[in-house]
Design a protein around this ligand. Structure first.
Ligand code: TTP
Ligand code: CA
Ligand code: CA
Length: 678
């Protein structure tokens, strides 16, 4: 930074005619230092990589930036770079359609684990051998981690409030850093407030015009809004945008990726900002511009309103326009949407969002799974996949620091599905020695052998292996001794099992009734239309709490079940309608992941779950009933959807903004569960 106040044009302080004081107080300035969401000077940024998987492939392959490239998964496209988008290619295209639109398109298939091999790789023939391959997102996870690490490196070590919101995006709360820069650049802010009264107003910034460089500045409401000289909120956001510009330049310089960003006073606005102008741009939404920015928009573009909740509001009020919704009194919103949702909606369309940026990095469980089409028919085939699952999970455990004894899982689970019946086995992971891939593989084989010994296992349509119950180790001298078990526990835990027939018809009437009773649940019915990338993103964010039921619901949509009919393929557990057998299967995978998650958490959130819970957690299991793995309980409920996992998000990330004070799922867990369900 060359000048003491970069970005500012000096001018005379407003005296005489203009306002003499800032509208902000010393207390509000002070709150900035502690990241308080109630400070009106707060600065939050959202950074989202442009065409992320496509950029990963371009960088990996050294492909020129102007060349059209798309990332292929089987016959579909999951990421399209900007040059290819010029040809009208989108996620709705198949590879064949895309190549018709752009014969020069480079279609790079995602990396896969090939049946029987020990490491994922890029296979030229993967697309035509779906039965023998399983997608690996490892290359993208690796790049994602590098980018996250670099972002943190760019921030002061004691001011790193960064929330990884998906594989290619982060929220950064810049408040404390902006606070320290403000005090450094404007020493007049460092003094004690007049009369030592923190409610005293600050002096106005000694500037009348700010230099926004190449930022996209969102237009103001009307000409008058610019009449007021900048206040400290404008200056704070400008400083935030300088920090973000530097970070983006650094990502570009060292890792070669472009990204877009939004800088605003909260998460919701910053996320809208990053999507406002793409690629490779950053958008600043000053407080004075919020109203104008939002009022031209459809509320379905807002985080958490892209899915069923948005649909519900839309059909209730017969509009998508924020401008029109601004006329609806809060009481009416509360009446029609429920007290909390109504209030949340009222605030949201006014740009108010006090949700925290939460640094969550700890993974709770990991799952590797494959649906078989055609089914597999013998132990030999199953073992080949178990080897891949073990390798897949182990490589992710290494990243979690298992080799350095930082963290390791306590339990391993195998789920097997055949003819509509799911069987599960669980086992403890021995703690007496370092965890190795071979240990996971052996345990998986043991569990598989048990399932086989019980008969009626072939043909098998799905297998999944997962680990959970992570515990922290102590690094350094203590080494692995912290993982050593004493006495009884030192023995390998016995394999435990359960069966989960999917025929849950006895639960259905109750399930249906709850839906009719609760508008909250209806929000999350699968939708019939095709989703654009952006909808996909929104939907993956769509989480809602239904207060009446006390249930948390999450809609994560599946890119492969985009055209969903509610009648063709019904899930026997929750009555969701799926597009085809494959979608139904992946929906069932989701249930399985959810069951695993519940199991992992030590308590079943489905009242009817009968899955085996590790001994230590058994007391925490509240209920069980005659049929296994049903969703008929009245507890928290998640909805099936996108299994790609790239965009799952924790309920925590909704923070206090939506809705206030709920007990959310730790959906970081679900992320890991959902991640590998292809
Ligand atoms: P997005 O951030 O939604 O999209 P993008 O990065 O490809 O493009 P943009 O420039 O518009 O941000 O998704 C990030 C990655 O997640 C994307 O590159 C591939 C993956 N993804 C899927 O696998 N399936 C999907 O349906 C979507 C939307 C994304
Ligand atoms: Ca992106
Ligand atoms: Ca994204």
């Amino acid at each position: 930074m060359s000048s003491p106040t970069p970005g500012f044009q000096a001018s005379s302080p407003a005296d005489g005619a203009g306002r003499r004081k800032s509208q902000f107080t010393y207390r509000q300035l002070g709150l900035l230092a502690s990241y308080s969401a109630s400070s009106p000077l707060r600065v939050v940024a959202h950074v989202d990589l442009d065409a992320f998987y496509a950029q990963c492939e371009m960088v990996r392959l050294g492909i020129g930036e102007e060349r059209p490239l798309a990332v292929q998964q089987w016959q579909g496209l999951i990421a399209i770079n900007y040059p290819a988008r010029e040809f009208g290619i989108g996620r709705h295209c198949t590879v064949t359609e895309a190549k018709k639109l752009c014969p020069n398109l480079i279609a790079q298939h995602v990396a896969t684990w090939k049946e029987g091999e020990e490491k994922w790789a890029y296979h030229d023939d993967a697309a035509s051998h779906i039965g023998a391959h399983k997608v690996s997102l490892d290359p993208y996870r690796l790049q994602s981690r590098k980018i996250l690490a670099l972002i943190k490196q760019c921030l002061p070590t004691n001011m790193q409030k960064v929330e990884k919101a998906s594989i290619d995006e982060v929220f950064i709360d810049l408040s404390a850093q902006v606070h320290s820069i403000l005090l450094r650049r404007f020493p007049e802010l460092t003094g004690p407030p007049p009369y030592d009264d923190p409610t005293e107003k600050l002096p106005l910034p000694p500037i009348t015009a700010l230099d926004w460089k190449a930022d996209v500045l969102v237009d103001l409401d009307d000409a008058e809004a610019e009449v007021d000289d900048p206040d400290w909120d404008d200056v704070a956001i400008l400083i935030g945008s300088e920090i973000i510009r530097d970070i983006r330049a650094e990502i570009r310089r060292t890792l070669y990726y472009t990204c877009s960003a939004g800088v605003a006073s909260n998460k919701m606005l910053s996320k809208l900002g990053s999507g406002h102008k793409k690629p490779n741009q950053q958008t600043v939404i000053r407080n004075r511009a919020v109203q104008r920015f939002l009022s031209d928009m459809k509320f379905t573009k807002i985080r958490n309103l892209g899915g069923k909740l948005g649909d519900q509001v839309k059909s209730t009020f017969n509009t998508e326009s924020i401008k029109e919704m601004l006329d609806i009194p809060v009481e009416q919103l509360k009446l029609q949407l429920g007290a909390e949702t109504g209030l949340w909606f009222y605030d949201t369309i006014r740009g108010i969002d006090s949700s925290e940026v939460t640094s969550r990095t700890q993974i709770k469980s990991m799952l590797s799974a494959k649906s078989f089409q055609p089914s597999i028919n013998n132990m030999e085939q199953a073992v080949k996949w178990l080897r891949i699952f073990a390798a897949d999970i182990f490589s992710r455990l290494i990243e979690e620091g298992v080799l350095e004894h930082k963290r390791r899982p306590k339990t391993i689970h195998l789920h097997h599905r055949s003819a509509g019946q799911t069987r599960s086995k669980s086992s403890g992971i021995p703690r007496g020695k370092s965890l190795e891939e071979a240990i996971l593989f052996d345990l998986a084989k043991q569990m598989m052998a048990q399932i086989v010994s019980e008969g009626r296992v072939w043909p098998c349509t799905n297998l999944s292996l997962s680990v959970g119950g992570f515990e922290d180790g102590i690094t350094g001298n203590m080494g692995i001794s912290t993982f050593l078990l004493k006495g009884e526990e030192a023995r390998v835990s016995k394999v435990t099992s359960c069966e989960s027939p999917l025929d849950l018809s006895s639960h259905e009437p109750q399930e249906k009734k709850r839906r009719l009773d609760s508008p909250g649940i209806q929000r999350f019915f699968p939708k019939k239309e095709m989703l654009t990338g952006e909808d996909w993103e929104d939907r993956t964010d769509a989480i809602s709490l239904d207060r009446t039921q006390g249930s948390v619901e999450r809609r994560v949509s599946d890119s492969r079940s985009r055209r969903v009919s509610t009648t063709d393929y019904m899930c026997s557990r929750c009555n969701a309608g799926l597009e085809n057998a494959e979608a139904l299967q992946s929906h069932n995978d989701w249930h399985m992941a959810k069951d695993l998650q519940d199991e992992e958490r030590g308590k079943s959130t489905f009242a009817s779950s009968k899955h085996v819970v590790p001994r230590s957690q058994k007391n925490a299991t509240p209920t069980s009933s005659k049929k296994a793995s049903g969703s008929g309980g009245g507890g928290k409920k998640l909805e099936q959807g996108q299994m790609d996992g790239a965009h799952t998000r924790s309920l925590d990330s909704l923070g206090s903004g939506f809705p206030p004070k709920h007990e959310g799922f730790k959906l970081g867990e679900l992320k890991m569960l959902a991640e590998n369900l292809e």
